[in-house]
Write a new protein. Structure first.
Length: 311
């Protein structure tokens, strides 16, 4: 059974965006109902599937797995309507992860900061394209006196022309199956720890979800020992994102990550995915160089800030 939404959040969502409301003013509208959110924002998100990849994939999993897919608290979702009633921006917040928005102007960041404070919605972290993130952090600090601390700089890449990095290590790729579940749980924990991510998701639920659609590929040595993994999100609006990519520390530097990432990318293209995407940590020059060798090209840079404790 999904955990109940705290009364304060439920009332905020219903007051801010009642189901019967037909938004027409230039304003933010909030809800915890993913179907209601997508009824308004899905076309907008699909208009730039590369820039909106996180919102598309996260809401897809919320729709399929329920509101507790990313943690115990229900999601907080929002969309910004322009004066003509069209949707021009969207946000999602799945605590304990940072609140994330699509691209906003500086003025829209000011308005959003004011609305969130008026609603009393807690914001411990914020992520967006870098210019948007910087504008929101400045607006939040002016209103609260709380400075934002840069936690991550990420680069979004899109696959251009696939190139398999050489030399290819011995072994082969295979799609993970139910017998790999315990391995995936351990490696997901290793990935979360190495990336410094909050621990909101249940590793078993994550593994079950990925196994349900063949969403993890392993690279294994000739004797059948798994040495690296690369995942891919479900395809939504013609895009899919490679994530996570993980090799245990003691096995790194042998080409396994490059080989399995190239294989997952090839499989996505074979399925007809229009845009194959991935994020990298800009603080990791090795991974950035690797993905460019495979054929990924820069789309945009993202920044994630924390307010107080790490989001």
């Amino acid at each position: 059974m999904a955990p109940e939404t705290p009364a304060s959040e439920a009332s905020l969502a219903s007051e801010a965006s009642p189901a019967s409301e037909a938004p027409g003013a230039s304003d933010w509208h909030f809800t915890s109902d993913v179907d209601e959110f997508l009824a308004h924002a899905e076309d907008f998100l699909a208009s730039r599937p590369d820039l909106h990849t996180v919102h598309l994939t996260v809401t897809q999993q919320l729709r399929g797995s329920g509101p507790s897919a990313y943690g115990e608290r229900s999601p907080f979702l929002g969309f910004l309507t322009r004066g003509d009633g069209s949707v021009g921006a969207a946000l999602l917040h799945t605590p304990p992860y940072a609140l994330r928005t699509t691209r906003l102007t500086a003025g829209e960041c000011e308005a959003l900061a004011s609305r969130l404070l008026a609603l009393g919605h807690p914001v411990t972290g914020f992520g967006a394209e870098r210019a948007t993130a910087e504008a929101f952090v400045a607006a939040w600090e002016r209103r609260t006196g709380t400075p934002g601390k840069l936690q991550d700089l990420e680069r979004l890449y899109r696959l251009d022309e696939l190139m398999v990095p050489t030399p290819v290590p011995e072994g082969r790729a295979r799609v993970a199956g139910p017998s790999d579940r315990e391995l995936l749980i351990r490696w997901f924990g290793g990935f979360v720890a190495d990336a410094g991510l909050p621990g909101g998701r249940d590793a078993g639920d994550w593994a079950d979800f990925r196994l349900s659609y063949g969403g993890i590929t392993l690279w294994e040595t000739p004797d059948g020992t798994p040495v690296s993994m690369a995942g891919v999100t479900p395809t939504v609006a013609g895009q899919a994102r490679i994530a996570p990519v993980y090799t245990p520390r003691e096995l790194r530097g042998r080409g396994y990550a490059g080989a399995v990432t190239a294989e997952v990318s090839r499989a996505a293209l074979t399925r007809g995915v229009g845009e194959v995407l991935l994020f990298t940590d800009l603080a990791n020059p090795t991974s950035n160089a690797l993905y460019q060798r495979i054929g990924y090209r820069q789309v945009a840079d993202w920044a994630v800030y924390g307010f107080g404790e790490r989001a």
